[in-house]
Design a protein around this ligand. Structure first.
Ligand code: TYD
Length: 206
């Protein structure tokens, strides 16, 4: 049986990486085969593109979208699709919704660019479930800054990050069957419990 594809999305400092780890561990503890991965990255070529995206800039917005989708194509073709076909559950820290929120809502790239690139790069692949960790950008950026070194996106300013948050909320509102918005101000334990409850009710892992 095909595995399930779960993505975690949200702004900076929302705790996606921690929650991806917890969810992957919880599913594995149930005896399910699990691949935990992330974007940009998740395959050798995609990790190389990640270094370019997080380091150098500024980019033309369309070029930046193309780089994210080039990395994503590698990730999908080499890691995600083969894993799902082998019955492995994939837990992914960011996916295509991040490009829509950051590049389109945040940076003003037209939606049609995203639509075209998604059509070319994804072969129809869509997450079975997307967990959006929602947090005020002021708090998220403070959490990210407290972690130490910041990347290029984290330095983009409050207005940008407010548009990104609005973007994720709009994406979730437009696709309620796929997306759930969770309050990321809760404790890590509380968020993890909410995620597991959502996964159990929506995907019923055995
Ligand atoms: P990362 O250090 O993984 O940040 P986070 O812990 O917040 O996920 O860096 C990824 C950065 O790349 C993050 O700031 C969001 C940005 N990004 C985009 O702008 N577009 C995308 O499509 C993706 C996948 C990430």
């Amino acid at each position: 049986m095909r595995g399930r594809f779960i993505t975690l999305e949200g702004g900076e400092g929302a705790g996606k990486s921690t929650q991806a780890r917890r969810l992957a561990d919880a599913l594995a503890a149930q005896g399910l085969p699990v691949l935990r991965t992330r974007e940009p990255g998740g395959a050798p070529g995609a990790e190389a593109v990640r270094d370019v995206l997080l380091g150098a800039g500024p980019w033309d917005g369309v070029a930046e979208c193309m780089l994210h989708f080039a990395a994503r194509r590698e990730h999908v073709a080499r890691s995600i699709t083969p894993a799902l076909a082998a019955g492995i559950w994939v837990v992914c820290d960011r996916f295509a919704d991040s490009t829509l929120a950051y590049q389109c809502f945040g940076q003003g790239v037209p939606r049609a660019v995203w639509d075209g690139l998604a059509e070319i790069a994804l072969d129809g692949l869509r997450p079975d479930l997307t967990l959006v960790l929602d947090l005020a950008p002021e708090e998220g950026l403070a959490r990210a800054a407290a972690r130490g070194e910041t990347n290029r996106y984290e330095r983009m300013g409050l207005g940008f990050h407010a548009r990104v948050r609005d973007g994720f909320r709009a994406i979730a509102a437009a696709e309620p069957a796929r997306c759930t918005v969770l309050d990321a101000t809760d404790t890590p334990e509380g968020v993890a419990a909410a995620i597991l409850a959502t996964v159990r009710s929506r995907l019923s892992p055995s």
